[in-house]
Design a protein around this ligand. Structure first.
Ligand SMILES: Cc1cc2nc3c(=O)[nH]c(=O)nc-3n(C[C@H](O)[C@H](O)[C@H](O)COP(=O)(O)OP(=O)(O)OC[C@H]3O[C@@H](n4cnc5c(N)ncnc54)[C@H](O)[C@@H]3O)c2cc1C
Ligand code: SF4
Ligand code: SF4
Ligand code: SF4
Length: 580
């Protein structure tokens, strides 16, 4: 179905072909688990309109301030600007932060209430996203959160030097503004309590995350001075001593952390801030296998944290009631399947007065031992509790999926469908010169101030820098097409193209997904048409300006925000009134 709007230059489409065009041609958006409209908000920044940039972001992405700081960024490695010969990917994540830093507005859409109640156990990214989406549909949503504040790992695990709590609180407020009630200090302890909630509410979602640190059983593991990563982070963030085997205190001077993910790096950087003189991070695999962003790694190295790779812990040494060191053995890694094998007789000792194991977290499965653990009736499960430890954006996407399932279950309808809006435009605002701009670095707190525990390290882009960075984006949501019925084969467009983006083509066919296939030819006698390769196009507009018969069209493809998923909400521009 394709519908033209009154002004004749906008279409609303539910055709699979238009939906597929977005998947194939906007790689960053496709890689984002929640399908954030990345070129949409970057273009708004390019135009200096931070409010619109924030609005576009908030429509898809419930935690824009948070994710603009600590997202693991699956979108950046696939950015077309990062391809061979084209430079570095666009700084998608930090631009999202700029949109929130400079454009944040209250989000207060008109909501038509539905007389149905949903209970969500857990106020982390998964629970908050599901709550947001269900509240927008009109449900009465209550979140039960065991801690004294919402946010899950955002407010208890991730340290303030990466994610200040007021940023989390700002994003959470935009969800409670929709009418979502959050009851903190409320723990759901077992299946019996879940059964009670299932009777009291029309639907119950368990989004309890992974709260239990994974443990290893090696000699000496019970020694005072050994901590578990997540417990250590919670205690250090909250300033509350007494969690783990011994106090989190400022007496730690020589610290060894084992692990290779976000928690391990945070533990090492936190130990540095708690006053440790020497901190080392030891990981059983290689640096390339570490599951953290490049920024985190760079910051950790700048803070003087030593790194040891391909080593596994085998025992803890202690003396007079305190850890004195940790023994490791070296590993060998198989380059093809990445399996590791210990090297016999390679043991060595690293001296330490504190050892932190940050080797992963698991769901607290006692809450749902059997029966209700399986999604059934009016009971649903989402986020890290369902999938195992993941990332904020993956947990949020899973919360969105659960919200859709709950809406389908309670409304007995499909409820959501993908709707594409296509705007015809005359130009993109991009210039060829923008392709020569380098990726902009973000300013950081200087090293001599990094020992201050809660001081944020990343300082964000200035407005000027975000504008420069935004210009680098190719705006892949624009589709350039030649009308072959009007093309006079003058080749003026080919003469002005900056890259190999336009060609004489033969063997042209369109597959069932709407993708154009063709082969380049230099021979006039076999040429069937002049075609544009949108995968190479950098949206400079040179061809449009050069064409003497005006037969090259530009149209912008956007997807309706998934939280609404209706034809009425197709154009983000149409939802301006939701932000007051
Ligand atoms: C130290 C650390 C650093 C991290 N850094 C990053 C990062 O930089 N980038 C990134 O993308 N990801 C990071 N992660 C991972 C990310 O935080 C998680 O994947 C994400 O928060 C999972 O979201 P969730 O909603 O599923 O669970 P959680 O965030 O864990 O939230 C679950 C909530 O449920 C509550 N709860 C649990 N059980 C109950 C119960 N029985 N009753 C009531 N309430 C309950 C918990 O208190 C918690 O608030 C990090 C994790 C840690 C631990
Ligand atoms: S150039 Fe822009 S729109 Fe294209 S993939 Fe990169 S960030 Fe996304
Ligand atoms: S806008 Fe035209 S000339 Fe510019 S890169 Fe795209 S196809 Fe080539
Ligand atoms: S400039 Fe226009 S008319 Fe000439 S070949 Fe290109 S698309 Fe066809």
């Amino acid at each position: 179905m394709k519908k033209k709007s009154n002004n004749n230059s906008t279409y609303v489409s539910t055709d699979l072909i238009d939906r597929k065009w977005i998947d194939v041609n906007i790689p960053c958006r496709t890689a984002c688990p929640i399908m954030t409209d990345i070129p949409g908000y970057i273009q708004a920044i390019m135009e200096g309109d931070y409010e619109t940039a924030f609005r576009i972001n908030r429509m898809d992405n419930v935690l824009p301030g948070v994710l603009g700081r600590i997202c693991n960024r699956p979108c950046e490695p696939v950015c077309r600007h990062g391809r061979d010969g084209l430079g570095d990917p666009v700084s998608i994540c930090f631009l999202k932060r700029s949109a929130a830093d400079f454009g944040m507005r209250n989000f207060k859409p008109d909501i038509k209430p539905i007389d149905k109640k949903v209970c969500i156990i857990g106020g982390g990214p998964a629970g908050l996203t599901a709550a947001n989406d269900l509240a927008l549909k009109g449900y009465r949503v209550t979140i039960l959160e065991q801690f004294d504040r919402p946010g899950g790992m955002l407010s208890c695990g991730i340290p303030q030097f990466r994610l200040p709590y007021d940023v989390v609180a700002g994003d959470v407020k935009s969800i409670t503004d929709l009418g979502v009630e959050i009851k903190t200090g409320y723990r759901v302890n077992n299946e019996a309590e879940i059964e009670k909630l299932k009777k009291e509410y029309d639907a119950v979602l368990l989004a309890g995350g992974c709260q239990v640190a994974k443990v290893v059983d090696i000699p000496g593991i019970e020694s005072p001075g050994v901590y578990w990563g997540l417990d250590f982070m919670i205690a250090a963030n909250r300033g509350s001593p007494g969690i783990g085997n011994s106090l989190v205190d400022s007496s730690m001077k020589k610290v060894v952390v084992t692990g290779g993910g976000f928690t391990a790096v945070d533990c090492a950087r936190m130990a540095y801030r708690l006053g440790a003189k020497e901190v080392a991070l030891a990981y059983r695999r290689t640096k390339d296998d570490m599951y953290v962003t490049a920024n985190e790694l760079e910051a950790m190295e700048a803070e003087g944290i030593q790194l040891a790779f391909l080593v596994s812990p085998v025992g803890i040494e202690s003396k007079e009631g305190r850890v004195t060191g940790i023994s490791f053995e070296h590993n060998r890694i198989d380059k093809s399947d990445r399996t590791i094998t210990p090297i016999a007789g390679s043991e060595f000792l690293m001296e330490a007065d504190s050892v932190i194991f940050a080797i992963g977290q698991e769901a607290e499965e006692e809450i749902i031992k059997e029966g209700s653990g399986k999604p059934a009736d009016n009971f649903f499960v989402a986020g890290d509790f369902r999938s195992g430890a993941s990332t904020v954006i993956e947990a949020a996407a899973d919360g969105r999926k659960a919200g859709k399932e709950i809406h389908r279950f309670l409304s007995h309808s499909e409820g959501y469908r993908d709707v594409v809006t296509i705007f015809e435009v005359k130009e993109t605002g991009r210039e060829r010169a923008y392709d020569f701009i380098d990726r902009q670095p973000m300013d950081e707190t200087p090293l001599h101030e990094r020992r201050i525990k809660d001081k944020e390290v990343g300082l964000g882009f200035s407005k000027e820098k975000s504008l420069i960075e935004a210009r680098r984006c190719y705006l892949c949501h624009y589709n350039f097409q030649i009308d072959i019925d009007r093309c006079i084969y003058c080749l003026a467009c080919i003469d002005v193209m900056p890259l190999d983006c336009i060609m004489m083509s033969k063997d042209i066919r369109v597959d069932k997904d709407g993708n154009l296939h063709h082969i380049k030819t230099e021979r006039w006698d076999e040429m069937q048409a002049i075609t544009i390769d949108n995968d190479k196009c950098i949206r400079c507009g040179n061809c449009v300006r050069a064409c003497p018969v005006d037969c090259i069209s530009i149209s912008k493809y956007t997807l309706a925000p998934h939280a609404w998923g209706s034809v009425e909400a197709a154009a983000p521009e149409a939802k301006k009134e939701s932000f007051k």
